[in-house]
Design a protein. Structure first.
Length: 236
């Protein structure tokens, strides 16, 4: 299991370092292509917690677009009860003290409805789970965080090149018609998918140490149990 994640913007740097690219028009599409490539590789990154300020206007507030799971809503430090839910999630940033009167409900159109007409920005906070992403200040794009595994980076690099060529752009030395993985990114992508998927699932250093410690513990416990059973039988 891979725990270290890096900004997928690194793929763009790798492309310019490794290939003779003469334009940058593809960059705005890279975040979506990375998401697509990760989905095709069947590599999933865990959702992370985040707190996002909301702005109430006419008793409604838009749920953050990056929200994949809504854990709860707080107002001025007090948690708000959701009208149509009994059990709610929580995070360390959310207190257990509920507001005595205020509640909210979902309108199923990407908003929540409250009994508050408006509020200052920061008074209302959404506690959400989202995909690990980072905002790049230069491009103003959100780039997904991806496993820092060389085979994964190589596969995604091939996938981005494949997408660029599929849109009709020419890259010197590359063609989707070649029967050669070194000159055909589409073929290289197909051949690298399995290796990338397997590499992302390998144990890292901490995982191996944890398993090793568990095995040693189990063996010691077993020996204690085994010796105890022998002694009991001898007494009988």
């Amino acid at each position: 299991m891979v725990y270290e994640l890096i900004n997928s913007k690194i793929i763009i740097s790798r492309l310019f370092d490794h290939r003779a690219l003469d334009y940058s028009g593809f960059i705005s599409r890279v975040p979506n292509w990375i998401h697509e490539g990760m989905r095709l590789l069947n590599i999933h990154t865990s959702l992370i917690n985040d707190n996002v300020d909301g702005q109430i206007v006419d008793y409604k507030c838009a749920i953050p677009s990056e929200c994949k799971k809504l854990l709860g809503v707080s107002y001025l430090g007090y948690r708000l009860k959701r009208i149509d839910r009994i059990n709610e999630g929580s995070t360390d940033e959310m207190g257990n003290l509920y507001h005595e009167q205020l509640k909210y409900q979902l309108d199923h159109n990407g908003y929540i409805i409250l009994t508050i007409e408006d509020c200052d920005l920061g008074d209302l906070v959404f506690h959400i789970k989202k995909l690990p992403m980072e905002l790049d200040s230069t491009t103003n794009l959100y780039f997904p965080m991806i496993p820092n595994v060389e085979k994964v980076l190589d596969a995604l690099e091939h996938f981005i090149l494949f997408r660029i060529l599929s849109r009709g752009h020419k890259i010197p030395g590359l063609s989707l018609k070649e029967d050669n993985e070194f000159t055909n990114p589409g073929l290289a992508w197909k051949l690298s998918k399995k290796g990338a998927r397997n590499a992302a699932e390998e144990f890292d250093y901490d995982d191996r140490n944890t398993v090793s410690e568990m095995i040693r513990t189990f063996l010691v416990d077993y020996e204690y149990y085994y010796e105890d059973q022998i002694n009991n039988k001898r007494k009988e």
